[in-house]
Write a protein that binds this ligand. Structure first.
Ligand SMILES: [Zn+2]
Length: 245
């Protein structure tokens, strides 16, 4: 499709955040791109390696065009990144994370953000279908998965470090945070609980030492302010800070 000898020749420039996806010649120079004269701009951009989930405005010689635009000879095409915070219209903001993003899923849940995730990989087709069915933004580091047409909305996760991943998602989507309201194990809602009603779930040492504060309404897991609390508190505090500023 690309690099044919007879099609129209165009040139591209990409926003810095998209440089992770394109080859060096497209970062440093406006390398010529020969198209076939019938493929859409969306298709051409994808063929150059950029998932459309990461593409914001497309500007051709100063005018904005859609992904359906057919590139013509001599055009210079500017590919911009998504605007932050990114608004996802049509449904409450909810996420679906692929099998590699378990830590990020648990941190989002800790902050009260609806984050569906399972550590048993259902496969790309099932994930994409679930994104469509439940209108969830699919988070992934897999470009092939993000290219699937069925997905309702998606976002590439740029870092492989959970701290950076969390900051990236919070900055990009600015979800409403409600720390300590969601089960980190299953994504269910937490309800207040008193120690008496959950005594059977607690080990003896826990009974004596800690105050129970919540129980998951979906899986029954009991939460208390225990040994890991300071570390989790630090994650929450940091998230609230950068979400506020
Ligand atoms: Zn649960």
């Amino acid at each position: 499709m690309l690099c044919g000898v007879n099609g129209p020749q165009t040139s591209f420039s990409f926003a810095p955040e998209l440089h992770a996806f394109v080859t060096a010649e497209h970062i440093t120079a406006r390398a010529p791109v020969v198209t076939d004269g019938s493929s859409t701009l969306g298709h051409v951009v994808e063929s150059l390696g950029v998932p459309l989930t990461e593409v914001g405005r497309l500007v051709v010689d100063g005018s904005e065009v859609s992904v359906a635009h057919i590139p013509r000879a001599g055009e210079h095409i500017e590919v911009r990144g998504v605007e932050r915070p990114q608004r996802v219209p049509g449904a409450p903001l909810r996420f679906l994370l692929d099998v590699h993003l378990g830590t990020l899923a648990r941190r989002l849940r800790l902050l009260g953000v609806d984050a569906a995730y399972t550590n048993e990989d259902p496969g790309d087709a099932a994930l994409a279908a679930l994104s469509a069915k439940e209108r969830r933004v699919l988070l992934s580091r897999d470009r092939g998965l993000l290219r699937r047409r069925e997905i309702w909305a998606g976002a590439f996760v740029y870092s492989d470090r959970p701290d950076d991943q969390l900051r990236d998602v919070l900055e990009r989507f600015a979800p409403t945070l409600a720390p300590w309201t969601r089960c980190t194990a299953c994504n269910g809602r937490l309800a207040d609980a008193d120690k008496e009603s959950v005594r059977e779930h607690l080990q003896h040492g826990t009974q004596r030492t800690y105050d129970v504060f919540a129980q998951c309404t979906a899986c029954g897991r009991v939460y208390w302010r225990g040994a890991h609390h300071a570390r989790l508190e630090a994650i929450v505090e940091k998230a609230l800070r950068y979400s506020a500023g």
